[in-house]
Each structure stands twice: as structure tokens, then as C-alpha cells.
Design a protein around this ligand. Structure first.
Ligand SMILES: N[C@@H](CCC(=O)N[C@@H](CS)C(=O)NCC(=O)O)C(=O)O
Length: 216
């Protein structure tokens, strides 16, 4: 029973899925997948996901990857109602827009700025930091007109974005100029079901990994 979930706790996209599973109330069979040991490159894993990324789920023979696709699938398949992923086309479209903003802009710019230092031994490029600041400002603007990222109730958009923004936060990115973001962040940390277990303690694992990689 339950859905097999291949993951690493520190990974931001995995944390988004953990948050969604808590909110939906679906049990995940946690399958720790150590990328450093190449556990995502085994023939069994490649059969599930030829792109060999985590998070990946296997729901009784149905395998799926891409965190935001997994999050929306879990909500559609197992949600008791449509509160976190509305069926109304316009409301759903706004949630989707925020999810695509997260993968394509906010997290993409995070990776562009931080990854060369974390994984490539490079140095920080101020022009890339400016792009991160611009993206955070966009989110701040979205949050000026609503309490949550896609309206006045908590949705998958908040759960995906909080995994990203909390990662910026632990990396020491200055969130203080973004007043709507900081208020929203505090609120989501309180209101997202199982926040601490799904994201709060796990984002610190990302930070530890980042520290150990940059000390080398
Ligand atoms: N956009 C993807 C990103 C997935 C991703 O890049 N995961 C990393 C770990 S955080 C990974 O599996 N890397 C190993 C690889 O690509 O071989 C998602 O949101 O699921």
C-alpha cells in the first residue's frame, strides 16, 4: 500500500512532494536514493525514470517524475477535495502559473547563481544574484494582492514555492526587502500540514550539504 517515493530529504523538489503528500494525506513509502552512490543510475531505477532524477514515484506500476507533476497528480488522485489544487479552470491556471514560475524562474535562477559554487567550485556572479533578486521581487508582487501565492487559501503553489524560498533563506539570501514574501513565508511555515517534518528539518540538510561542499 502507499506510493513508493524515491527521494533525498535535502533536495528542494523532493521537499515539495513531501509537503504535497502531507497536505493530501497520502502515505509515501520513503526510498532514500543516494545520488552520491549512483543509486539513481541502476538499471531498475532507469526503468522507472529514464531521466534518472529524484523525486520519482511509483504508484502501483505508474511511475512519474518532475516534482510539480507529482504534486498535482497526488492532489488529483488522492485529494479529498480540490482545495489545494482547484478544479475551476481559472483558479487552477493561476496555481499552474505559479508552479511554472517556480521551476522556470525562481528555482532556475537559484540554481544558476548557487550551483556553480556548490557543485562546480566556481564563484558567485553578481549579475546572477540580480536575477534572483528580480525573481523574488516578482513573487513579492504576486503576494501583494493575495494572502497566499495563488489566492487567499493555501494551494500547491505555496508548497512548491516554500521549498524554493526556504532554500534561498538557508543559503543566506537576504529576504528582508521582500515584505510580502517574508510575511507569507512565516504563514506557510505555520499552516502547511506537516511543514517541519516535510521541509523545515530537511532544508537544513540541504544547508549542511552546501556547507560541506563549499568547505572542500
Ligand atoms: N525539475 C526536476 C528537477 C529534478 C532534479 O534535478 N533532481 C536532482 C536532485 S535535486 C537529481 O535527481 N539529479 C540527478 C540527475 O539528474 O542525474 C523536479 O522538479 O523534479
Amino acid at each position: 500500500m502507499g506510493v513508493d517515493f524515491y527521494y533525498l530529504p535535502g533536495s528542494a523538489p523532493c521537499r515539495g512532494v513531501l509537503l504535497a503528500a502531507k497536505a493530501v494525506g497520502v502515505d509515501l513509502n520513503l526510498k532514500y536514493t543516494d545520488l552520491m552512490k549512483g543509486e539513481h543510475l541502476t538499471p531498475e531505477f532507469i526503468k522507472l525514470n529514464p531521466q534518472h532524477t529524484i523525486p520519482t514515484i511509483n504508484d502501483n506500476g505508474f511511475s512519474l517524475w518532475e516534482s510539480r507533476a507529482i504534486m498535482t497528480y497526488l492532489a488529483d488522485q488522492y485529494g479529498k477535495n480540490d482545495a489545494i489544487y482547484p478544479k475551476d479552470p481559472k483558479k487552477r491556471a493561476v496555481v499552474d502559473q505559479r508552479l511554472y514560475f517556480d521551476i522556470g524562474t525562481l528555482y532556475a535562477r537559484f540554481a544558476d547563481y548557487y550551483y556553480p559554487v556548490l557543485f562546480g567550485g566556481g564563484s558567485y556572479d553578481p549579475a546572477k544574484l540580480t536575477k534572483c533578486e528580480e525573481a523574488m521581487k516578482f513573487l513579492d508582487t504576486f503576494l501583494a494582492s493575495s494572502e497566499y501565492a495563488a489566492g487567499n487559501t493555501l494551494t500547491l503553489a505555496d508548497l512548491s514555492l516554500v521549498a524554493t524560498v526556504s532554500t534561498y533563506e538557508v543559503m543566506g539570501f537576504d529576504l528582508s526587502p521582500y515584505k510580502n514574501v517574508t510575511k507569507w513565508l512565516g504563514q506557510v511555515k505555520q499552516k502547511a500540514p506537516g511543514y517541519e517534518e516535510a521541509n523545515g528539518k530537511n532544508v537544513l540538510i540541504f544547508k549542511q550539504m552546501a556547507d560541506s561542499l563549499t568547505k572542500k
